[in-house]
Design a protein around this ligand. Sequence first.
Ligand code: ZN
Length: 453
Amino acid sequence: MSSLFAHHVLLPQGWTSNVRLHWNTSGELSQIELNTSAQIHENQAQFVVPGMTNLHSHAFQRAMAGMTEMAGEGKDSFWTWRDLMYRYALHITPKQLQAIAAQLYAECLRHGYTAVCEFHYLHRDQDGSFYARPAEMAECVIAAAEQTGMGISMLPVLYSYADFGEHALRHDQRRFSTNVAEIMQLIEALDGKRNGQVEVGVAPHSLRAASMSQIRELVAALPAARPIHIHIAEQQKEVDACIAYSGKRPVELLLDSGLLNERWCLVHATHLNKAEVQGIASSGAVAGICTTTEGNLGDGFFDLPDYIEASGRFGIGSDSHVSQSPVEELRWLEYGQRLRLQGRNIASVTGQRKVGDFLYQSALQGGAQASGRKLGQLATGYRADMVVLDDAHPNLAGISSADLLNTWIFAGNDNLVRDVYVGGKLAVQNGKHLQQDEIQAAYGTCMRSLRSL
Ligand code: ZN
């Protein structure tokens, strides 16, 4: 099977009816046939949209979802959550990581994500030494992506310091420890995995964990056009610490470095002043907004209206995986702003008043850019990553395509994703991942072991 007839499909020019999408054996769209008609026995779908990129993931954290929602003695915060996360991270084996990532990616595929950017920092063995193959943990995550059919941009994370000012890592950060030379070796070790489904970029963890001179060295050493991601300005405490250390705010410091451009994804960018909003937008970098995790961790609100006004680019990520659904990420991105501003229909522009359409299309473009891969639109030369929505669901009864994205995003919690193709290969059929049973069995074994720790 290498074609799909779509009665209605979201193309770059907008919703279009009676289209046949063709793809080649490498999983790229090879022809978009317009104004055609369905053949009786051909593969058909009522509503087709491009698959979404999940631009920020720490796959192993899927295993902790739901386990940190209990109040401690003092005031709980991001930082107390992080301590718990570290304790968990210290136990995970390569085999367990692969089982967790496969479960996560299968869930993400079932909800309409077809690509992930994996911000991967669990590099070393439990005792802090490298595995015999230093890239083993990253290879396990890529294997999980390959097993499930998820497209992946693997981003090995540079993690050298515990805080601003090049403080030595804590003992419980030993699995993350890397310097620039080690990261470049990991990237080289993974280079043979690159293909239409797999890209390899890099991620300096944050301005806390990597120094500006390291980041410069890393960017200079990285092959051209590879994506670069960084956590930035997620918490007010981080902003304050950056000012105390450098006299500048985190995004200000990055902007002043002159390094930012379209290869960059600034993950979170929650705490921005007006100049920083303008600066990110002008640089062409993507803001990686992770609404459900930011809500879960109490990070704060991204300044979406000003950023949209400045024509800033953005995408969405599920980060700690308290949600695996792009619908929930996008819905809460809008709802957070409504609650904050006591208004409605915030994410829209003059040319696109429909909030669901504006959010989905923006996140498609931002996510694709952040992935460094040819994604985010159903056009010749791009990946054949397609999501077929369930036209038999009551929410879509009699609907016109013009109302489809708003209804998908803002009407209820049933999963409306029916089939998912990634690189032209079917990964999800009738709402079920093709290897769902075996993936869940392996995840169950892994979780019974982890929960008994
Ligand atoms: Zn993160």
